[in-house]
Design a binder for this molecule. Structure first.
Ligand code: PLP
Length: 386
């Protein structure tokens, strides 16, 4: 009998299961919000990237409905071939205005924005310096670009400097690539120091503001604003699917950069334009980010409250973070899975994050502007019992 060329799939699945790395999606049966219905039970939701609580906001829903009624469900083609709508341009201008950049370009996801931007700006004779903890999309963008990629220790400016001294001279262009808020630990990159090194070594900087847009900075522009770096020449990438409550991604930067990407970013040129519904919802969200700074204040209050209750009062082993992302570190994947299901029994939805996503298994907790004090108290109590 011939060997089955697909037999490896079940074998691989068995290996994944034995390591407690097996994953499957969990069904949410309600609108997004601080409380969600999961497999028939209402749980307090600490598993969402909807930091400002906009994904279930009626204004976004109405904007998406109106855009769909006017322009249909799909854009029917790539932006360059029949898929371009005025809504896209309005959103791009709104993002550029938020970021105080000359222009912006909207992609179908943040993942595609990173793949497309990185692969377009560097190539075989170039160098990428990449933070070890960067998001998967940044790492895969580097692979796709075929540039030489050197990882530096997480947020370690001295290590980055040593690596620039060692490698920079052998390559044509160079880009330093980093998350601004790291998606698993919630810590912030040392952006001003990275920009200093970039000037010193003639490098570009690409910063992924996925978890920072709408959350950091006085006007919600992100970590670039938070660090007082607005107006610096750098490449900002981000998503419409976290604090902005929709779906899609963007690159913001100089007019020349955006013009270049429209001509060279394969993940923008060869994919269908963002749907009218997603575009209109994101546009509405950017307006709300401008109009309702109190949402950011409430989120910041929740971050302070959790830190005070969990770290100072209860001395729980959670990461100390200035962002809405916290992690409760556990010794292995099996322990993290047990902890997550115990939390569920206590009314808390917070996922176990395991290798290969992170090296140390953990419960990941993300806060929203719309969490109430009682939600946070219940979380601290539940974590205390674990
Ligand atoms: C979520 C995320 C992305 C991907 O964004 P999507 O719009 O969900 O594809 C990219 N980078 C980082 C750091 C992220 O956390």
């Amino acid at each position: 009998m011939n060997p089955n060329p697909y037999a490896w799939i079940n074998k691989s699945l068995d290996t994944i299961r034995r390591a407690d790395w097996y994953r499957s999606p969990q069904l949410i049966e309600s609108c997004p919000g601080p409380v969600v219905k999961l497999a028939g039970h209402w749980l307090i939701n600490f598993a969402s990237n909807d930091y400002l609580g906009l994904a279930g906001d009626d204004r976004l829903i109405q904007a998406a409905i109106a855009a769909t009624q006017e322009f249909g469900t799909g854009t029917t083609g790539s932006r360059l071939v029949g898929g371009h709508r005025d809504l896209h341009r309005q959103l791009e201008q709104a993002i550029a205005n938020l970021k105080q950049t000359e222009d912006a370009l909207v992609f179908s996801s943040g993942y595609l924005a990173n793949l497309g931007a990185i692969a377009a700006i560097v190539g075989q004779r170039d160098l990428i310096l990449s933070d070890k903890y960067n998001h998967s999309s940044l790492k895969n963008g580097a692979t796709l670009s075929r540039a030489q990629t050197v990882e530096y220790d997480h947020c370690h400016v001295e290590d980055l400097k040593a690596k620039l001294e060692q490698h920079r001279g052998s390559y044509r262009k160079c880009v330093i690539v980093t998350d601004s808020v790291f998606s698993m630990d919630g810590d912030l990159c040392p952006l001003p120091q990275l920009l200093d090194l970039a000037r010193q070594f003639n490098c570009m900087v690409l910063v992924d503001e996925a978890h920072a847009t709408g959350v950091f900075g006085a006007s919600g522009a992100g970590c670039v604003e938070h660090f007082g770096c607005t107006g610096e020449t750098l490449i900002q990438v981000g998503t419409l699917s976290k604090a902005l409550g929709s779906l899609g991604g963007y690159v913001a930067g100089s007019a020349a950069l955006i013009d270049f990407l429209r001509n060279r970013a394969q993940t923008w040129i060869y994919t269908t334009g963002l749907t009218p519904a997603d575009t209109a919802a994101a546009l509405e969200a950017v307006k709300i980010v401008h109009q309702e700074p109190d949402r950011r204040d409430r989120l910041q209050q929740n971050i302070e409250t959790l830190k005070y209750c969990a770290l100072n009062k209860s001395q729980l082993p959670i990461s100390n973070s200035d962002s809405p992302i916290f992690s409760f570190l556990l010794k292995d994947a099996a322990t993290a899975l047990v902890a997550s299901s115990q939390l569920k029994e206590m009314g808390i939805f917070a996922p176990a994050i395991r290798p290969p996503t992170v090296s140390v298994s953990r419960i990941r907790i993300s806060l929203m502007a719309t969490h109430e004090l009682a939600h946070l108290q219940q979380l601290v109590e539940a974590l205390g019992q674990i």
